[in-house]
Design a protein. Structure first.
Ligand code: B1M
Length: 210
């Protein structure tokens, strides 16, 4: 019988081949895709997230764990769809207009995916109107904005303003090295996360899934 603890541990070690092998084995053993996702993969990603927050692991370890998670998701996704398993929520994620930094954004996306969210990553240098348009067309619950430059932070205010003006039911959350909770308060964003692991907690709180 497949061992979900071993799956979680292989994910934490970033051993993509082992993670794919154990996920495949768990499916063949007749385990439910939701159980494999939650008790194996998300459980492992949560541990990586907590260690990342505590500076026990660093960006490279998170990236290789996320790569292993992606490998498993390729195998698991069709099974999840067949079983009608709904994601925790849908997030539209991007780096704001004028800003080309994407390493932190990508990490946030990987952690959110690892946390069970469906993430629509719309890239870098994204204007406010595009965020709103995508949030509408995707029916997302959360708009997640990243900025690494003090000069592009004001773009976050533009997105928050545009989302409010469009009258859409959506929560906005922001992050990035120069961004703070007080800036989030100042521009009326619903949430702020200092790092990729906390972004998952905040996104869940915002949609009442915490
Ligand atoms: Co640039 N850059 N850069 N850069 N760059 C910084 C940010 C800078 C601090 C360097 C410095 O001067 N010391 C400085 C900004 C100064 C400021 O405004 N305060 C700077 C500058 C000035 C510039 C240029 C203007 C340089 C120039 O051309 N003269 C230029 C701007 C280009 C543009 O965007 N228009 C520029 C360009 C670049 C590169 C293209 C060369 C490259 C980016 C490559 C890429 O992203 N694909 C680059 C890089 C790599 C950096 C540094 C070195 C590293 C950034 C990074 O990836 N960190 C950076 C200096 C530094 O931070 N040490 C610097 C690792 C990443 C994991 O952390 O992105 O902070 P971070 O993400 C964290 C959290 O912030 C948080 O979670 C992540 C993981 O925990 N987080 C969120 C991020 N987004 C979040 C969203 C959330 C929640 C949490 O919710 C939605």
């Amino acid at each position: 019988m497949a061992d979900l603890n071993a799956l979680s541990e292989a994910l934490q070690a970033g051993d993509r081949n082992k993670v794919v092998e154990l996920t495949t084995q768990a499916i063949e053993d007749g385990m439910g895709p939701k159980e494999i996702l939650e008790q194996g993969l998300i459980a492992g990603m949560n541990i990586i997230g907590a260690k990342f927050k505590n500076n026990e692991v660093y960006v490279p370890e998170v990236l290789i764990a996320a790569r292993a998670m992606h490998g498993a998701m390729d195998v698991l996704k069709p099974k999840l769809e067949e079983a009608g398993v709904e994601p925790v929520g849908k997030v539209v994620l991007g780096t704001v207009k004028g800003d080309l930094h994407d390493i932190g954004k990508n990490l946030v996306g990987m952690m959110l995916t690892g946390g069970g969210f469906m993430v629509i990553d719309i890239g870098i240098d994204v204007p406010a109107e595009k965020f709103v348009e995508m949030a509408k067309s995707e029916g997302a619950q959360v708009l997640a904005l990243s900025a690494l430059l003090t000069t592009t932070m004001p773009q976050m205010a533009e997105v928050v303003k545009a989302a409010k003006a469009a009258g859409i039911e959506i929560k906005t959350m922001i992050g990035g090295a120069p961004v703070t909770q007080s800036y989030a308060d100042e521009i009326g964003a619903d949430g702020y996360a200092p790092d990729a692991a906390s972004a998952v907690d905040i996104a869940k709180q915002l949609i009442g899934a915490a």
